[in-house]
Write a protein that binds this ligand. Sequence first.
Ligand code: C2E
Ligand code: MG
Ligand code: MG
Length: 558
Amino acid sequence: MAVENMDVKIADSMCSEYQSVWILNTKDCTMKLISAKKEQAASDSIDTAVKMNSYPQIREWYLENCVAAVDKKRVAEQTMLDYVLSRIQDGEPYYVEYTRVIGGKSNYNQIVYSKLRFEDGSDDYLLFGFRDIDVRKKAERDDLTGVYTRQIFFQKAEQLLIDYPDTQFDLMISDIVDFKEINESYGPNVGDDILRASGEFLAKEIRDDVLVARYGGDQFVIMASHEYMLQINEEGGTDEFEGYAKFQNLPKFVTKFGVYENVKHNKSVISTCDKAHSALNSIKHQYGKTIAFYDDKIRREIEISRKIEGSMHQAIEQEQFKVYYQPKHDAMTGKIVGAEALIRWIHPEYGFMSPGEFIPLFEKNGFIVESDGYVWRHTCKNLRKWMDKGIKTVPISVNASRLTFAQDNLLSKMHKSVVENGIDPEMLHLEITETMMTDDVETLVRKLTAIRAAGYQIELDDFGAGYSSINILSTLPLDVIKLDMSFMKQFGDAKRAKVLAACIKLAKELGYKTVSEGVELKEQCDVLCILGVDAIQGFYYSKPLPEDEFEEYLKQNI
Ligand code: C2E
Ligand code: MG
Ligand code: MG
């Protein structure tokens, strides 16, 4: 064998890193051992290979005797000589990894194939070597769950897509609903057990075309062939998941899944994960829905979100946001007693946009602080304008998001416009929601107290929506309770009516005023009057009105 004039650099470095290194004649398939660290390598297999001296023969023997069952099929395909030669054509080394089992003991192993250049230009030979990568492999695993780490997942998934160019893969991200609450209620050990069980469940079938990793926190990512994923989704895999947890004596929990089908082989895995994540996010707040697929609708939503984010700064400069005002009327006398400022966006491309279309995005990207400030400033200016025109005005409530409220200098910012326009703080109310109730309730109470001391009133918005906590009424310093419009939507429901009556009674006893939202019918108005609600807001009186129409409304209704 013409080993004398080969590229010795490659051979040298391989001999130092690998437990055995071989040179293979690709024409007649004979092999020669050029280095072996007997103390680390499995000397039996080396001796057998030396004796056989034929790549196809030793390959067959090795697959049969030394490769873990789950890896056999893949390793057989990946070590076919023709396939190996096609993989090392571009000059890069080519790696095959698998679990080696010898004498009942297993460890991770790697084979590397490398092109061997000779000074005379002949390419009849290649080098290949074996090494133990157990330690490195363990570093690729998440300590708690044993599945791959996120970073390794990206690498492995990219490789899987290259190795299986004709396979359709799907990618799915899972998320445990309210995991934070589970941790708080049952303790972190139970939380850890749930994560471990989740990892085990997802990685239960070790296959070449299935990759599972911890995506972060309580999220896992799985990329697998379409047929495998269908099996999970169609056979009620998500229910099975919960069944598995129950079997492990874990408390009941719900997992949601976002799926991206038919992963593009030429697109980055990171961007595919983002898309599966968007699908997952689309059902985050949908009770009872546990799986969502990335589809045209979500793609369009993401496109729109991008466009909105690209045009929101300009919208402030060009005053594309408009503030509408919805009147609030005294329940007994019918007189106008206030109004709520509500933002709209007249978008140059999309036209009229309701807050539901952009506020959630602003809350996510932080721009809500800017838009809330805009509404506040415009409302102060409008109050000044109406006063200057000699129109009698009513207090206006402005919505404040959690992020807006979290600003340290909120009060001084609020004051600035109020002072500049010479307005009495009593003419402005701040609407907050229960989402403000973060961990730091003390700071929240301090802030609210300061705002009230400065003369502004605080309204608690959407009370009674979802699972409102009654305790909030005794914890926070408030002035007005706004009863959520769901009470009106479920107007005929006898139990709901009792809850409404109790809320009104309790608010009154605690000294708060009440406003009922979303009132559309006279009949609702009459009942609310009997129950003792102070004010009514809703289409029964008026829709939210643009600035000039509200000005007319003020003139006519005071
Ligand atoms: P919200 O603060 O609870 O405002 C009341 C919503 O109910 C408004 O929707 C209003 O148009 C609607 N509404 C009023 N009366 C009726 C009725 O009789 N029937 C029905 N079906 N709906 C009625 P809008 O203007 O679409 O605002 C939706 C939400 O967006 C608001 O809910 C508020 O949470 C948020 N929002 C609006 N403007 C702002 C803002 O400037 N800043 C912040 N942070 N949030 C805002
Ligand atoms: Mg509101
Ligand atoms: Mg509301």
